[in-house]
Design a protein around this ligand. Structure first.
Ligand SMILES: Nc1ncnc2c1ncn2[C@@H]1O[C@H](COP(=O)(O)OP(=O)(O)O)[C@@H](O)[C@H]1O
Ligand SMILES: O=P(O)(O)OC[C@H]1O[C@](O)(COP(=O)(O)O)[C@@H](O)[C@@H]1O
Length: 302
């Protein structure tokens, strides 16, 4: 069973324009939607849609927090959130012609005591795996992630970037940087797939058994004790890429939960992310029938 922890959830607002962004004029959207978001929350939704037992935990507050709570309830996602003062953030993705703009807020300031409260919620679920996803709200340091990783007998998966990823100290089963995050964390040249695999492999020494690096339209690499695997992305019509990384990771975890090997897990991850990027925002697509997409994913050893 998987517990997901989202310290900094978000309502994802996705607005679409027919034309390119331009300053000093009113841009009028032709489509808009709101989804429950934040990396652990997206993963919990995707895992639930794949019938994997899972509980979403994290911090919620204000009217945006209520929206997330209700959306997850409607989607049948099991939850165990902690209430905080302040208002959960609203993140905006603007799709303007072919360009994608991602505007993420910092989130409400919280105190260190939320870490103890969340750790208690995680322990109460007795999970095999814990996924800690997303940025930290103001008031918390990377120690908030390390404490949950070291707080019980579970494998911890972490999906975060920036300084936080570099500063983690505990032992993790997996981290999932995207290409830019991998480059920032390692300082390595990530301009080629081989460069990404080298960087991911070297990064394992920092306390990660495996590294899953998502490379957008170039696919993904998974490196671990069993070697380096590379999956090409599928040739699909992309609407936007918000939630793509969460979908990739959810597919991999879902397959591992079913006892699959790394190669099948990577194929499943690419298939799930391909479904998700073909829809706007972080809305949950039908994930019961991804078999043919998965069969179309090519995986090779590097
Ligand atoms: N333009 C694209 N075409 C096809 N697949 C894509 C595209 N962008 C993302 N994906 C799929 O989504 C996965 C995660 O994408 P990525 O953008 O790297 O994640 P993140 O959202 O974390 O930045 C990729 O490994 C790939 O399978
Ligand atoms: O916590 P961060 O890094 O600000 O990211 C939060 C955003 O990332 C998302 O989880 C999407 O993440 P990915 O595109 O990496 O899958 C959104 O739902 C959310 O708004």
């Amino acid at each position: 069973m998987i517990v997901t922890v989202t310290y900094n959830p978000a309502v994802d607002q996705t607005i679409q324009f027919d034309e390119q962004m331009a300053p000093e004029r009113v841009m009028r959207a032709n489509k808009a939607q709101f989804d429950a978001g934040g990396k652990g929350i997206n993963a919990a939704q995707f895992l639930t849609a794949m019938d994997r037992p899972c509980v979403a935990t994290g911090l919620l507050g204000g009217f945006t927090g209520s929206f997330i709570r209700e959306t997850l309830q409607d989607d049948g996602v099991e939850t165990a959130f902690i209430d905080v003062d302040g208002t959960t953030r609203l993140n905006t993705t603007a799709i303007a012609a072919v360009e994608e703009y991602k505007l993420n807020q910092a989130g409400p300031t919280v105190g260190e005591s939320v870490v103890d409260a969340l750790l208690e919620q995680v322990r109460a679920q007795s999970p095999d795996r814990v996924l800690i996803g997303g940025s930290l709200p103001p008031g918390l340091s990377p120690n908030a992630i390390d404490r949950i990783a070291a707080g019980g007998d579970w494998e911890t998966i972490v999906d975060t970037g920036g300084d936080v990823l570099r500063e983690l100290d505990a032992q993790y089963g997996l981290c999932k940087p995207n290409r830019a995050e991998l480059g920032d964390a390692t300082g390595a040249d990530v301009s080629t797939v081989e460069g990404c695999a080298d960087a991911a492999d070297a990064f394992r020494d920092r306390g990660f058994d495996r590294v899953l690096a998502s490379l957008g339209a170039d696919g993904a690499v998974l490196v671990g004790d069993t070697g380096r695997l590379y999956a090409e992305a599928l040739d699909i019509d992309v609407v936007d890429t918000v939630g793509a990384g969460d979908a990739l990771l959810s597919g991999v975890l879902s397959a591992w939960e079913a006892g699959a090997d790394d190669e099948t897990a990577l194929r499943t991850g690419v298939a799930v992310s391909s479904q998700v990027v073909q829809r706007a925002g972080t809305a949950v697509p039908d994930l019961n029938d991804i078999g043919s997409l998965r069969d179309g994913v090519t995986v090779r050893r590097l």
